[in-house]
Write a protein that binds this ligand. Structure first.
Ligand code: GLY
Ligand code: MN
Ligand code: MN
Length: 439
């Protein structure tokens, strides 16, 4: 997408946001704080998703202010000042000119002017939109200014009386993906597909999990992704039963299963894909039986996704298939209804099946509306990721079952007529997986 088209889409989002907060309001959004990794070394900076969604501005120490109809400008950015010496160390800054010319701010100021300028907006506002609790240090600064504007209210006849969380509005917008967002997600998913293919192809007994982590993250970066959108999970053998295993330091053995949960972040959008494959081999009969149960659960769950279905539908379908499969394999006793009622399946399936996906891997947006599971609409993207996890010490099942973990995860776009499996090209059938692992 061209830079102009990108600037336009940020502008359109701001317009919609300002229509929602309406005249008489000021919204304040801080950039993500810089985080220390150790000593004086910082984590690589990643802008806050809400902030970026509305501004396209990637620099730290910035504040965005939105004030529909304000005579001094509706969209104001507070940014780091240009500073030749600092820029020599840490790179170019937009400065106040760049904030206006390249990022569409009606007005821009340096961040040290916040206390001088922001009160001018607050004193004319009845409502203040601010995400309280995200950044306690910044909360204090904002609340001090809000209190000042409140104190002025008797004299000016106007001033803030309500504090509102702007995230409800922003998150509902983010939940419905635009074409350009879907395009960025597709790219993240293509890059991730190649990473998963390479991992299946290269994983062999005797290698360490971190060697595969390196392959996956290499595939991300070498194709232009920012990196992983969450820490890459390379879980061989019994480690696959740990849901968020990220140590990635075990030596893999031929014929064990390898669960890889890895997705790239491309242009601020995440992919989230899990595949489970036999290391340098074909599936054993038991692995195949368990894999087929998870695959059937996933395919049937995906099948029910369409506009009008509810967010919980794929979970309920997947759960049914998993429970039937586990009964068939002798892992659970009793009728399916008894198992669902007592939740005894949780021993082997302890997480939900789906979450929203977008700028954040566990993306924003309400899962329940009016007390009921949310109705799916075109433009929403969700994962479907059933699994079975058998602890290495679980003595309720035969020994051959122990230490096996399987998850299969795809990213699904709700379309006008149904759905699209955006990650369909990542090998998933037993034949396609074995073609890579046992080739
Ligand atoms: N990778 C995190 C998740 O699947 O939810
Ligand atoms: Mn996921
Ligand atoms: Mn995942």
């Amino acid at each position: 997408m061209s830079l102009d088209a990108k600037a336009d889409s940020f502008k359109t989002r701001r317009k919609h946001f300002m229509e929602r907060i309406a005249a008489g309001a000021t919204a304040i959004l801080p950039s993500a704080p810089v985080a220390i990794r150790s000593g004086d070394v910082e984590f690589i900076y990643r802008q806050d998703s809400d902030f970026y969604y509305l501004t396209g501005f990637a620099e730290p120490e910035s504040v965005a202010v939105f004030s529909p109809g304000h005579p001094d400008g509706e969209f104001v950015l507070f940014v780091r000042p240009r500073d030749r010496e600092r820029e020599t160390w840490t790179g170019r800054r937009a400065g106040i000119e760049g904030a206006m010319i390249d990022h569409g701010a009606d007005k821009a100021y340096t961040i040290d002017e916040l206390e001088k300028i922001l009160p001018r907006y607050l004193e004319k506002s009845e409502r203040v939109h601010y995400p309280l609790g995200l950044n306690e240090k910044f909360d204090e600064r904002v609340l001090k200014m809000v209190r000042w504007a409140q104190a002025m209210r008797p004299r000016l006849g106007v001033g803030p009386t309500v504090l509102i969380d702007p995230r409800d509005i922003i998150h509902e917008a983010r939940l419905m993906k635009e074409e350009a967002e879907i395009a960025a997600m597709r790219r993240a998913m293509e890059i991730s597909r190649e990473a998963h293919r390479q991992a299946m192809l290269k994983a062999r007994g005797g290698m360490k999990e971190w060697q595969i982590e390196a392959e996956v993250n290499y595939a991300f970066r070498s194709q232009g992704a920012a990196g992983p959108s969450y820490p890459t999970i390379i879980a061989s053998g019994p480690n696959a039963a740990t849901l968020h295993y990220i140590q990635n330091d075990r030596e893999m053995r031929t014929g064990e299963l390898l669960l890889i949960d890895a997705g790239a972040e491309y242009d601020y959008y995440a992919a989230d894909i899990t595949r489970t494959s036999p290391i340098g081999a074909k599936f054993t009969q038991l692995q195949r039986d368990l894999y087929q149960v998870v695959l059937d659960a996933q395919l049937k769950a995906i099948d029910v996704i369409k506009p009008g279905a509810r967010f919980d539908d794929p979970h309920n379908v997947a759960l049914r298939v998993l429970v039937d499969g586990m009964r068939g394999l002798g892992m659970l006793q009793g009728s399916a209804d008894e198992i669902l009622e007592s939740a005894s399946y949780r021993r082997f399936y302890m997480h939900r099946t789906s979450h929203w996906l977008g700028m954040d891997v566990h993306d924003v947006g309400l899962y329940r509306v009016g007390g009921a599971s949310r109705v799916l609409e075109p433009g929403m993207v969700l994962t479907v990721e059933p699994g079975l996890y058998i602890d290495r010490d679980d003595d309720t099942v035969p020994e051959s079952f122990r230490g096996i973990g399987i998850r299969i995860e795809d990213d699904i776009l709700v379309t006008a007529n149904g759905h699209e499996v955006m990650t369909a090209a990542t090998p998933k059938t037993i034949a396609d997986v074995e073609a890579l692992t046992a080739g």
